[in-house]
Design a protein around this ligand. Structure first.
Ligand SMILES: Nc1ncnc2c1ncn2[C@@H]1O[C@H](COP(=O)(O)OP(=O)(O)OP(=O)(O)O)[C@@H](O)[C@H]1O
Length: 313
């Protein structure tokens, strides 16, 4: 069984009277990828800021690989690489020179510094642009350079705060490819997002946070099981469904909800295996189906389900 690498224990932090993080606890296992998801202002950045030791918590504690994260430099902090939302880059220097500066801050020098810079640039697919200035980069390329900078000291865990904000879809895929490679290398990852599909793509575990509190801390599969409908059957009928048809549908096994609008029917199913019998029942009732499709319910709905609000406005 994997061992615990990071343990966040009941941490809280207020800014003046505003409680930004309120008793947050979760763990990250060795090699695990955790997606920290919540709407704007939920407390994600404050939480990762405390994990990296950039912000001091008011109460609670954080333990990285057996050592408490505190103030000042420590071995525990060196095991973490942090990719903030914005990183100050020297626009007059090339990317390689920027990385050399960052590496020097970690005490790297000589052949090792050169090797780490080259490895990091190759990993984020910027080797061919190493001698260009970041000012000539797209938003996505700058973000990838940020990731390279966080990897120079070879951290066990990489923490990324909203790595895809302001990034075009192609660069977003490149960032995910990089994260997949890091994951395959056995590194632990934490990344924050307010897009469930992004979190689902890579995370072994999802921590949902809202108003500074953890609402769920589970595998994606376990979260799916919390949804009342895990699949949807959408059908377009030749005529608008009658009230009797709608109530008959609602009584069928596996049907968790039915909505009719005009000639369209949206049927929630506990899982997709109930789709054939539901369709057969409709045909038995003499309904003419013009079109139908099944779809997996999006995990995006889980936030709505937990809070009654959607993840984004
Ligand atoms: N330096 C600060 N001073 C005062 N309030 C702050 C500060 N930083 C964050 N906050 C407040 O704390 C709460 C949590 O903010 P935080 O940035 O941690 O959330 P977030 O989930 O990362 O949101 P976002 O996705 O918008 O970055 C918000 O209400 C925010 O306004």
């Amino acid at each position: 069984m994997a061992s615990v690498l990071l343990s966040v224990n009941q941490v809280s932090k207020s800014y003046g009277a505003r409680k930004a993080v309120d008793g947050v606890s979760f763990q990250v296992q060795q090699g695990q990828t955790v997606g920290l998801i919540g709407p704007n202002g939920a407390g994600k950045s404050t939480t990762v800021g405390m994990i990296c030791g950039l912000l001091r918590s008011d109460s609670g504690g954080i333990v990285m690989d057996g050592e408490a994260i505190g103030q000042g430099p420590s071995e525990a902090k060196r095991k973490i690489g942090f990719v903030p939302q914005d990183l100050a880059l020297y626009e007059d220097l090339s990317s390689l020179e920027n990385l050399k500066l960052f590496g020097a801050l970690y005490g790297l020098k000589g052949a090792l510094l050169k090797q780490r810079c080259e490895q990091a640039l190759a990993l984020v697919n910027l080797a061919d642009r190493a001698h260009d200035k970041p000012s000539t980069y797209s938003g996505g390329m700058k973000r990838r350079l940020n990731i390279a900078a966080a990897l120079l000291h070879d951290p066990q865990m990489l923490i990324l705060d909203e790595p895809t904000v302001g990034v075009d879809p192609q660069s977003r895929n490149a960032i995910f490819d990089t994260l997949e490679t890091l994951k395959a290398q056995g590194r632990s990852l934490i990344y924050t997002s307010h897009y469930m599909e992004e979190v689902e793509r890579l995370a072994d575990h999802i921590v949902i946070i809202d108003h500074g509190k953890v609402l769920a801390d589970e595998t994606p599969a376990a979260l799916y099981h919390r949804l009342p409908a895990q699949a949807a059957l959408r059908a377009e009928l030749a005529a608008a469904p009658s009230a009797a048809l709608l109530s008959g549908l609602r009584a069928l096994p596996g049907v968790t909800g039915v909505q009719g609008e005009g000639n369209a029917l949206d049927i929630g199913l506990a899982d997709a295996t109930h789709a054939p019998a539901t369709l057969a029942w409709l045909v038995e009732q003499g309904v003419t189906l013009l079109h139908f499709a099944t779809a997996k319910t999006s995990l995006e709905n889980i936030f709505l389900n937990l809070t009654g609000r959607s993840l984004r406005d």
